[in-house]
Design a protein around this ligand. Sequence first.
Ligand SMILES: Cc1cc2nc3c(=O)[nH]c(=O)nc-3n(C[C@H](O)[C@H](O)[C@H](O)COP(=O)(O)OP(=O)(O)OC[C@H]3O[C@@H](n4cnc5c(N)ncnc54)[C@H](O)[C@@H]3O)c2cc1C
Length: 390
Amino acid sequence: MGPHSLISKGVYTHFNKETMTLLQKERETLERFLPGLDAKLAELPLLVMESPGSPALQLFREHGGPGLLVPKEYGGPGANPLEVAQISRALGSRSPSLAIATNMHTCTVVAIPPCPSTAELLQGIAQHNLYLASGFADGRSGSSVLVPNMKAEPTSGGWLLSGSKKPCSLSQSMDFLTASILLPSPSGNGNQELALATIPANSPGIEVKPFTDRWVLGGSETNEVVLTGVEVPEEYISYFGNADELNSAISKAFLVFELFVSACYLGVASALVERVFAGRKGCAVDRLTLATEVEGAMAALEGSAYMIMQGYDDAAAVAKSLFVRYSVQRSIERVTAQAAELLGGMAFMCSSDVVSLYAASRALAFHPPSRTSIAPALDDYLMGQSLIMP
Ligand SMILES: Cc1cc2nc3c(=O)[nH]c(=O)nc-3n(C[C@H](O)[C@H](O)[C@H](O)COP(=O)(O)OP(=O)(O)OC[C@H]3O[C@@H](n4cnc5c(N)ncnc54)[C@H](O)[C@@H]3O)c2cc1C
């Protein structure tokens, strides 16, 4: 049920999306890069986009979304981090599942370290709108994303990979799986390096398995991807370097991930705020409180985007991006609770939109690094020690 059906049910009475200022800038940026997509998403019921088989991922592909961050030299539009943060918020406000699933692709496109096949891969993404799934988590509680558990056996000219990646979004629409592994450093210094293998999704030995019957974020194709003896040539392996230190490649990955994932979920919270404004719920002070939270959070994210665009990628930049992310996370918690209350019990009971957006907005807490897992490292960093990612 989307906003229009809610208007017809009398839940919202004053909704005129053409004139609302909230989210206008973000939707303008989305329209500039992917013309026509926002209007198509706005017509789809939220529940359809939040259920398995959602058409939103295909629409995003048809409108050129996968190429967004591909640099101009490889045939993409080369959107910058600020523009992508705005687009992520706009997408999150239409469909949390779409925003989160495509965020995994977008972050991989921007953060994958170069390897011999990178140029070909990026050109392919820009020309054919290919999707990359991002397999970092491997379903082990309390584990670090920097220490993957996948097994890698050397073969002539490459590696045989076995293991499980879960949760892994975009698992059905992916054209390529990117899977994190630990491999001996190509420099031959005897250390292990964090690496990313790029694997065609239809490779023998890849299987996609549902691992939950959850309904929240059901349109994100988040499943388990199992690899059994999957062959990967060496030229499809990208190296992040030694994961014990915050080198520039690993910093870049965290910087863009924290920015874009926060923007996606801020979009989800903003969708609830938009419904409060549309229904003229609460009083002006209540609505201003919500708008102040989400606009303030977006301004902080824009600050992170500018920091990346200025080329900062040291530990101080990563720490700042984490402070911004956890601050946005707290804002989202407050905003969604208050917005749901203002929308009222009837909307909560009669509209699956409110429950779905409210539940989806909680998932920012689960993306790495979780606040509790990194608290000791940030505590030490603030006392003058090096920042060590958990
Ligand atoms: C919608 C969604 C889509 C996702 N898509 C992808 C994807 O496409 N690719 C991908 O790689 N991952 C994906 N993830 C996975 C995500 O990035 C995390 O890896 C995963 O959610 C971690 O699971 P968990 O919270 O149960 O972790 P756990 O590590 O089991 O954490 C459980 C709890 O313990 C706490 N905790 C953990 N470690 C410590 C510690 N050292 N000290 C103190 N407390 C600690 C955590 O803060 C948390 O409260 C997705 C997650 C979600 C929610």
